[in-house]
Design a protein around this ligand. Sequence first.
Ligand code: HH2
Length: 281
Amino acid sequence: MIWRCRDVTYDLTERVLVMGIVNVTPDSFSDGGRYLAPEAAVARAHLLLTEGADLVDLGAESTRPGSPAVPAAEQWRRLEPVLARLHDERPDAVVSVDTRSAEVAGWALAAGARVVNDVSALGDRAMAGIVGGAGAGLVLMHMRGSPEIMQRDTAYDDVTREVARHLESRMAAAEAAGVARDRVALDPGIGFGKSAEGSLALLARLPELVATGRPVLVGASRKSFLARLTGEDGPPESRLAASLAAAAIAVWQGARILRVHDVADTVRVVRVATAAKRVVR
Ligand code: HH2
């Protein structure tokens, strides 16, 4: 299973990538406001790389339930100094940009990003052309509607089947618009327009998405469905143990990319879970 992201090619047949999160936002659900200053965001990215992150995912727009869209110019104002410094200091580091805006994606790719993480799965019609033209990696995530309205309706007949169908059709749209299939990774969108039961079902039935043949990315880190399961009501940072359990399950079920806040601990989980998987290969 190959994932191509511009000049970087990952063989994910037996390997799982850890994508470390840096939110350059004032309002993200877990780390909002902490890394809004460019120096703080760059320092965070360096730390996550040192801890073993394979990629760093930079986002300038919170997508927590109810959050409004952030204009492209404002996203870029936040991202540009961070990307520029990272590219200068660590040109080898693989940077992903978490944006729904084709304009922002284009600017980020010109500044050295290698992956576009699009939680709207090509909601912006210009996105596929820009990503395809750069030969960049593309993460297509499932979400119903937009973050502003996605939690209004979280009922599905069969959440896993609906998510798999949606992602297959978005992947076909990406291919038709010029993104080669080997650039695409798929993400069920844990917590995006899903109930806690829906998010859990997606994790438990991940092999149905893995069967698409594309690398599956799971973003369960610190999400609220974990607190519903443990019965804890602390801040998102207190969900570490639950997040690591979700990471282990995701790897065992065939996920190839984990998007996480806590990189060092997740790297340990990935080592154990991938070693166990090799035994039953
Ligand atoms: N989750 C969040 C943001 N981006 N991208 C992908 N591909 N998958 C996810 O599950 C995902 C994502 C939400 O988490 P976070 O970035 O920590 O918060 P916020 O959106 O509030 O910035």
